[in-house]
Ligand binder design. Structure first.
Ligand SMILES: Nc1nc2c(c(=O)[nH]1)N[C@H]1C(S)=C(S)[C@@H](COP(=O)(O)OP(=O)(O)OC[C@H]3O[C@@H](n4cnc5c(=O)[nH]c(N)nc54)[C@H](O)[C@@H]3O)O[C@H]1N2
Ligand SMILES: Nc1nc2c(c(=O)[nH]1)N[C@H]1C(S)=C(S)[C@@H](COP(=O)(O)OP(=O)(O)OC[C@H]3O[C@@H](n4cnc5c(=O)[nH]c(N)nc54)[C@H](O)[C@@H]3O)O[C@H]1N2
Ligand code: SF4
Ligand SMILES: [Mo]
Length: 692
């Protein structure tokens, strides 16, 4: 790529797994490196703001430890770069193809499991691995690690994964951030909240088990016990009905409201919810009053409160509130969980090779990779074991639950592992072959966005660093070696993008590139479901049809509220552990950058001071957290912003950052949650003790 003799600014998009999907203005310096990264001012959602870690993005892109050459492991698994030797791309691709072919020859195609997630959210680079999978009939992946429970809960009531335009917050008088921490996880929400507060004196309420940065900024913080949101939501509903803050005409016209639901809410008193949530009756009453008295109330629903065995029920119960008050009818009123369903109209056949999809091929649950690799029959049935993994865009050795089992599986000597990565992650260190990957600055892509409504097109800002290749290039080169024919593998990434736009009847991709994005925002009436909810009967469902939503749907309660199915504390496990995201990391991304590491310090267990003194724990002491699955050793931090029986460990640190070399997910469970699965990262009962 020809360079300029001065710094120039080029458009891009943040690729990370974050609802904000910021539009970026990126400086390219005369030496071909990226310089400053800023949020695009011209994008009405990004509004010139990015988080601190991406403002420092050149530190990650030009990091001295970026993987720049293909590597073959010649020593021990799980150690790191010293155990690898450099090889050529041809040797590496031949070795990967050979590994996959040999496994298939022995046990059939389902023994091979291409495994990926959202290290980049770009559709072409993230989802292209599916084209390889479907053509070969390799085992399919059920992606459950993040959104499954939240999706189920939202869709159960509303019917489709979309909601308010987040820019409408500017017109809201009350914003309720429920189970999310945007100060850390999607900073742009705070921009729009700040605007509403400044211009209209809007109030901010945060529902979160600990005093996060967002809670600190709030007018009211409901610091409940983790997993009890359904009870809080039902009690708020009770007060809204009792005090006539409900809209009876709206309920009759737009929902399935009936006497059974009415009677149910009558039983959900604040006193009852106080016992369960640990909040006082006054806190519940005053929140309900504020919510009931404010028609322009924007419920911003996060993921955090759904990462629990009862997470789908919690989400559905909270989503009932704007249906009770009828807030949906007003500007700035209603709810947003995610808008990513808006892009479902864009057909991804070319990107994902859906023309080769064979639904008779087995599906394995992403979050259950630990049990799967250690031979759990509940997952494998009569099918073959997984003996070959090809991994892109994810770091399962750290991020997946039951990580002692994940590690055991990766350490098996009868499994072939290829990892395409930017860094020597814990997962890459387990590989037989590592392929070096480009970053979003070095390849082309398109991005939808959960937190807003833009659909972005970008081209690379700089040339690939070292010998890095993009996922699309690697998948195409592997396809040739595996004997796969599909038109998507004969196109470069940009052509896949152009064709996808053309085949969907969208604007020409080059035009969108110039415009930077298409805004998919819907007209007011549709965004607010004023023509009816996208359910077969056109009504919001207080009574979801859970059994139709998944094999465990019949476990779910018929009516909205508290579902007491979670990892409750017990005499043996008297604490509830939340593994919330760390501000300076993005999952495990940025755990390699010095500035993020410096700011985060070390893994710490936040323990209430009263609890600590009962257990003889002082600030900075080494403690052990444990349950029937495992133990982790880390330092204690005394923190008063949580209930006495709650512990928070901000995550996700590499395993080696913990004192016994095993990270927090040793404690989290891979149990399948109702109705249709989903990981339960904040639903763990543990014991805590001082380490000697
Ligand atoms: N800095 C940073 N940003 C990130 C990420 C990161 O790791 N770091 N991860 C990215 C990804 S992949 C995602 S999906 C999003 C997730 O972003 P969020 O929607 O913010 O969701 P969570 O990360 O699950 O947790 C957010 C909050 O939920 C709270 N929480 C936990 N359990 C409960 C509960 O039972 N009830 C209630 N009310 N709250 C609860 C936690 O304490 C935490 O403060 O963020 C993205 N952005
Ligand atoms: N305890 C606990 N565990 C959690 C969570 C939690 O809150 N608590 N959150 C969960 C959630 S919500 C999620 S989404 C998962 C996320 O978990 P992961 O999907 O594993 O996310 P990351 O850890 O960011 O890893 C993404 C990897 O992709 C690589 N990558 C980025 N771009 C590219 C590319 O273009 N090509 C290739 N080949 N690689 C690329 C990055 O270098 C990085 O190592 O973690 C889950 N795990
Ligand atoms: S807020 Fe999220 S999307 Fe925006 S720059 Fe940071 S990580 Fe990327
Ligand atoms: Mo996620």
């Amino acid at each position: 790529m020809p360079l300029d003799n001065k710094a120039i600014t080029l458009p891009s998009v943040c690729p990370h797994d974050c609802p904000s999907v910021c539009a970026l203005d990126v400086e390219r310096l005369p030496d071909g490196k990226i310089g400053k990264v800023r949020g695009a001012k011209s994008n009405s959602y990004t509004a010139g703001v990015v988080c601190a870690k991406v403002a420092r993005y050149s530190e990650r892109v030009h990091h001295p430890e970026r993987l720049l050459k293909p590597l073959r492991r010649v020593g021990k698994k799980g150690v790191g770069i010293s155990e690898f030797e450099e090889i050529s791309w041809d040797e590496a691709l031949d070795a990967v193809a050979d590994g996959l072919i040999k496994a298939e020859q022995k046990l059939g195609p389902e023994t091979v499991w291409p495994y990926f997630y959202a290290g980049t959210m770009g559709w072409v680079q993230r989802d292209g691995i599916e084209r390889l999978r479907h053509a070969k009939k390799y085992s399919r992946q059920y992606s459950t690690i993040c959104i499954t429970l939240a999706d189920a809960g939202w869709n159960a009531g509303v019917g489709e994964k979309r909601g308010l335009d987040p820019r409408e917050m500017a017109s809201s008088n009350l914003i309720v951030m429920w189970g999310g921490n945007p100060v850390s996880t999607q900073v742009n929400v705070m921009t729009h909240i700040a605007k509403a507060r400044k211009e209209r004196g809007a109030k901010l309420v945060v529902v979160d088990p600990y005093r996060t940065g967002t809670a600190e900024a709030a007018d009211m913080h409901l610091q409940l016990r983790p997993g009890t949101d359904g009870a809080l939501a039902a009690a708020v509903g009770h007060v809204l009905l009792r005090d006539q803050h409900c809209d009876r005409a709206y309920l009759a016209r737009f929902t399935d409201w009936d006497d059974e639901i009415e009677d149910h809410y009558k039983t959900c008193t604040p006193a009852w919810a106080s016992e369960i949530t640990g909040l006082s009756v006054e806190e519940i009453e005053s929140f309900a009053k504020l919510y009931g008295q404010t028609k322009r109330s924007f419920l911003r629903l996060g993921y955090g409160f759904t990462r629990s065995r009862n997470g789908a029920a919690n989400m559905q119960a909270a989503a009932c509130l704007p249906a009770i008050t009828g807030a949906w009818q007003y500007e700035g009123g209603g709810a947003l969980y995610s808008n990513s369903g808006m892009y479902n109209s864009v057909d991804k056949t070319l990107i994902m090779g859906l023309d080769n999809l064979d639904t008779s091929v087995r599906v394995l649950d992403q979050s259950r990779i630990g049990p799967i690799l250690t031979g759990d029959k509940r997952d494998l049935g009569d099918g073959p074991p997984v003996t070959a993994l090809f991994i892109q865009n994810t770091n399962p050795v750290v991020v997946c639950p039951e990580s002692n089992k994940v590690r055991e599986g990766f350490l098996r000597d009868d499994i072939f592992i290829a990892v395409h990565e930017q860094f020597m992650t814990d997962t890459a260190a387990m590989a037989d072959i590592i392929l070096p990957a480009t970053t979003s600055m070095e390849h082309d892509d398109i991005y939808g966005s959960g937190g807003h409504t833009h659909f972005h097109v970008t081209r690379k800002v700089i040339d690939p660093i070292g010998d890095c290749r993009s996922n699309h290039e690697v998948n195409s080169a592997l396809a040739k070696r595996l004997g796969i024919e599909h038109e998507g593998f004969d196109m470069d990434a940009w052509t896949v993008i152009e064709e996808t736009f053309k085949r969907n009847g969208l604007k020409d991709a080059n035009q969108v590139l110039e415009d930077r994005w298409i805004d998919f925002a819907l007209p007011f009436e549709e965004a607010h479901f004023l023509k009816g909810f996208p359910q077969p009967e056109g009504r919001f469902r207080f009574k979801p049809d859970w059994p139709s939503m998944g094999p465990l749907g019949d476990k779910m309660p018929k009516l909205p509220g508290y579902f007491d199915y979670y990892d409750q504390k017990s005499e043996k496990h008297p604490f509830r552990l939340v593994t919330a995201p760390a501000r300076q990391f993005l999952n495990t991304s940025f755990t390699e950058t010095a500035s993020s590491l410096k700011k985060e310090g070390r893994p710490q267990a936040k323990v209430h001071p009263d609890q600590a003194s009962e257990l003889g724990i002082s600030a900075g002491d080494m403690v052990i957290l444990g349950n029937d699955q495992g133990q982790v050793r880390l330092h204690a931090e005394l923190f008063s912003g949580l209930q006495k029986d709650t512990i928070v460990v901000e995550s996700i640190w590499p395993n080696a950052a913990f004192n016994d070399g095993m990270g927090i997910n040793a404690l989290t469970s891979a149990e399948v949650a109702p109705p249709n699965g989903g990981a339960v990262f904040h639903d763990t009962a543990v014991w805590l003790k001082k380490s000697n």
